[in-house]
Every structure is written in structure tokens, then in C-alpha cells.
Design a protein around this ligand. Structure first.
Ligand code: ASP
Length: 440
């Protein structure tokens, strides 16, 4: 069977549309569970609304669809760590000069932090002009339980693995990156011993890449089920109440995704942004449906290497790093949310406080995993720093899932655009592959 001949993108798009229709229809048959004491919607451990028991909720939405979507997302996630580890070892060992690693690392880090700071700055400026929180009458119907955030020092200490097995078990991406880089360097300097082991890793890498394609074939089913669940559970009434906030986040995400990245790509590399977006469709669809940059890594890695022509030595480092520390879409939501909550609470923040928000959100994106809702946890810390009430996040949880999906698509677009920019600057981007058209 020729796996690459299947028109996957088309199937995924159809699955999404079908999922939206089925989900909206099912939403008519379910109710949210209300806490009799407080009169608020009950939330699960991930701060997602819980549905009232019933046939549709128990057997379809939380039953069959839960099975399909979890089977798909788990299979994708299962590939992430082996793929990152093996391909980063191959990528590091392919460096002709190990010192280059430092330059690539610094350039990547600088660009990731820069784009995140730009993203949140645009978000704050636009939100201050549009004033989404003014005149909004909403009561928080959800009990938000703020998650734990790590102190910044610990974030930096945690880059170094104490125990490699723990790093793998806990999915500590930065630690896995450090372990793979060191192992790759050690292979290069170990002569024949290293070369023999490297050959095995190269073969392993090919096999894992094939596994990625196989798992991607599950996507139409998984995406259909996930989108159905989201649409069945999403409180659309809340979207109307918070319409201005919702639309504003989407608009700034679009500005960033459709203006900032293409401009950077054109100015810094001369590459065609249109071609970039054509090839990125699958990555964005996967990110949108899974709401996780992390789970999307296998698809991102495959696309930037095989379709956009970035070499493994760059992509195997920049993609997992980006999925972990580069979250421009998330920063945008945080910028708009901060202004929104400040206005709702009738608090005027000073310029210095907004600068704190920009700095804090940019730093907070380092070390926070690219998983669903991670942005809300980071928002707790950002709000706390400027003295805004973190429990007000309860207001925006109801509509956060949809926003999470869109911002994750922006997050992975940023990771891929920067990968192309860095690869190009290192002469490690094959322009023939970039310009070639691919069937998807
Ligand atoms: N879901 C986002 C991601 O994985 C993070 C967030 O904004 O919650 O990139």
C-alpha cells in the first residue's frame, strides 16, 4: 500500500465538518451537570464542564467518541518521545561541526522569544484599543481551580535530567532534548563504536517515521470524534456573551499567523509564504483537533523535513523545542485575557504592569508543555503578577477549548516558520523540496 497517495487532508477536513454537525446536533440532547450547592457548572480535573448523565452523554459523547479520539491522540502522543529522541540523536550526529549546535540553539531561542514577545504586544495593543471587557455583563458560572505554576528558577534547573528514565516517563521534553543532544555528541566523538550505534538509530528513525504515517491514517476517525465531543460540550451561549473577547482573540491570532510569520519568512529567507501555508495544512489541522503542539510533533517534524525541505539536523532540534517553549498563540490569548479581565474588574493597569505581562508571559511559555489548556495555567501566574484576580479565569474557561484549538494551530505554524528560517540561515533547507508541489 502506498501510504502517501491517500488524500489525507481532504478526509480530515470532511471529518471535521461532519464532527461539527454531529456535535452540534448532540448538544441539543445533553445538559451540563450543576453543583446543587453553588449553582455553578461542575468541572472535571482539567477544568472542563461535566455533562449530566444520560444515554447520549454516557454512551456516545463520553463513550464511543471518547474511545475514538483518545485512541488517536494517545497513538500520536506515544510517538513523540521516541521520535524526538531518535531523530535528535541522528540530527546532532549529522552536524559537521558540533560547535554549530550552540549557534543554532541561540538563534532559535532568540527568534522563539522574539516572536512570542511580538505576539503578546500586538494582543495587548489591539485589546487596549478595542476594549473587550467594557460593558460586558457576565457572571462566572464555572469554579476555576488554578493549577500549579513553577518558580522560574526551577524551570531552568528542570532543563537538566536527574534521571533519564524519569525524563522519558514524565515526558519532560526539555530534559529529553538535553539527553539526546549529549548522546548525539558522544556518538560523534566515540569513533567506530559511535558509528555502529548511530547506524541503528538511523534505521530506527526511518521505521518511526513510517509509524507516523500509519498513525496519521487514524486521523479522520479521531478528528471526527474529537470535534463532535468539543461541539457537543461547548457552551455556545457563553460564546455569545463573551463574543467580543472571543472574536478579538481570533482576530489577533489571524493577524499574527497571516501577517507576522509570512513577513518574517519573506524578509529573512525570500521563501514563498503561500507555498509554506499550502504545505502546513495538515500540521494545522492536527494541531487544531488535538489542541496540543506536543501531540502534533510527529506531523510537524515530518512536514518540515519532507515537505518544506528543512534538514533533520535543524528540524529535530527546533520542532520539539518550539512545541515546548514557543507559544505565540497562547501568549496572544493571555494578552487579550489580561486586558479583558482588568477591564471587567474595573482595574487600570499601568504601562509598567503591561510590560511585566509581556515579559512574564514570554518567560512563562518556556518550560510549559504544549498540551491542552496549558495556557490557562500560565495565565494564572501572569494575572497574579500584576495583581489581577486569577479566579476570574472562570469566566473564560467555557469558551477556551475552541480558542485553544485555534491558538495551537498558530503555535505550530510559528514553530515551523522559524524552523524554515533557521534552516535557511544554516544552508540546511532544500529549496527544491520547498517549492515542489505535494499531494496531501
Ligand atoms: N494547547 C496549547 C499548545 O499545545 C497550549 C495552550 O495554549 O494551552 O500549544
Amino acid at each position: 500500500m502506498e501510504l502517501h497517495k491517500i488524500k489525507l487532508t481532504r478526509w480530515i477536513v470532511m471529518a471535521m465538518l461532519a464532527g461539527a454537525v454531529v456535535g452540534l446536533t448532540l448538544s441539543q440532547f445533553v445538559e451540563f451537570a450543576i453543583d446543587s450547592g453553588t449553582g455553578r457548572v461542575k468541572l472535571d480535573a482539567q477544568n472542563r464542564p461535566i455533562l449530566e448523565q444520560g444515554f447520549v452523554a454516557d454512551y456516545i459523547i463520553n463513550g464511543f467518541f471518547q474511545f475514538l479520539s483518545e485512541a488517536f491522540i494517545r497513538s500520536l502522543k506515544a510517538l513523540v518521545i521516541p521520535l524526538v529522541f531518535v531523530s535528535l540523536i541522528c540530527g546532532t550526529a549529522a552536524m559537521d561541526n558540533v560547535r554549530k549546535l550552540g549557534t543554532i540553539g541561540l538563534k532559535t531561542l532568540a527568534l522563539y522569544l522574539f516572536t512570542t514577545a511580538v505576539a503578546i504586544t500586538i494582543a495587548i495593543i489591539v485589546a487596549l484599543i478595542v476594549r473587550p471587557g467594557e460593558g460586558v455583563q457576565v457572571t462566572d458560572t464555572n469554579d476555576f481551580v488554578p493549577g500549579e505554576t513553577k518558580p522560574l528558577l526551577q524551570v531552568f534547573i528542570d532543563i537538566f535530567p536527574e534521571n533519564v528514565v524519569f525524563a522519558f516517563v514524565n515526558g519532560e521534553m526539555l530534559q529529553i532534548i538535553v539527553a539526546a543532544l549529549s548522546f548525539g555528541i558522544a556518538l560523534v566523538v566515540s569513533g567506530d563504536h559511535g558509528r555502529r550505534i548511530l547506524d541503528i538509530f538511523k534505521d530506527l528513525n526511518e521505521v518511526i517515521m513510517k509509524l507516523v504515517i500509519i498513525v496519521m491514517l487514524m486521523a479522520p476517525f479521531g478528528v471526527f470524534a474529537k470535534i463532535s465531543q468539543v461541539f457537543a460540550k461547548e457552551g455556545f451561549d457563553t460564546i455569545f456573551a463573551l463574543g467580543k473577547y472571543f472574536i478579538l482573540v481570533i482576530v489577533v491570532l489571524l493577524i499574527h499567523g497571516l501577517l507576522v510569520y509570512p513577513t518574517m519568512l519573506k524578509v529573512l529567507t525570500g521563501l514563498s509564504p503561500l507555498q509554506f501555508f499550502k504545505k502546513m495544512r495538515n500540521v494545522q489541522l492536527f494541531a487544531f483537533s488535538t489542541a496540543s503542539s506536543n501531540a502534533t510533533i510527529p506531523v510537524t517534524m515530518r512536514t518540515v523535513e519532507e515537505r518544506l525541505g528543512a534538514s533533520k539536523k535543524v528540524a529535530s532540534f527546533t520542532v520539539p523545542l518550539g512545541a515546548t517553549i514557543n507559544m505565540d498563540g497562547t501568549a496572544i490569548m493571555q494578552g487579550v485575557a489580561t486586558v479583558f479581565i482588568a477591564q471587567l474588574s474595573g482595574i487600570d493597569l499601568s504601562i509598567a504592569q503591561y510590560l511585566t505581562v509581556i515579559l512574564a508571559a514570554t518567560m512563562a511559555s518556556v518550560g510549559t508543555a504544549g498540551v491542552p489548556s496549558a495556557g490557562l495555567v500560565m495565565l494564572t501566574m501572569v494575572l497574579g503578577l500584576v495583581g489581577l484576580p486569577p479566579d476570574k479565569i472562570g469566566l473564560i474557561i467555557g469558551i477556551d477549548r475552541l480558542l485553544d484549538m485555534v491558538r495551537t494551530a498558530v503555535n505550530v505554524t510559528g514553530d515551523s516558520a522559524i524552523t524554515c528560517i533557521i534552516a535557511n540561515s544554516e544552508d540546511a533547507l532544500d529549496k527544491n523540496v520547498y517549492d515542489r508541489s505535494h499531494k496531501t
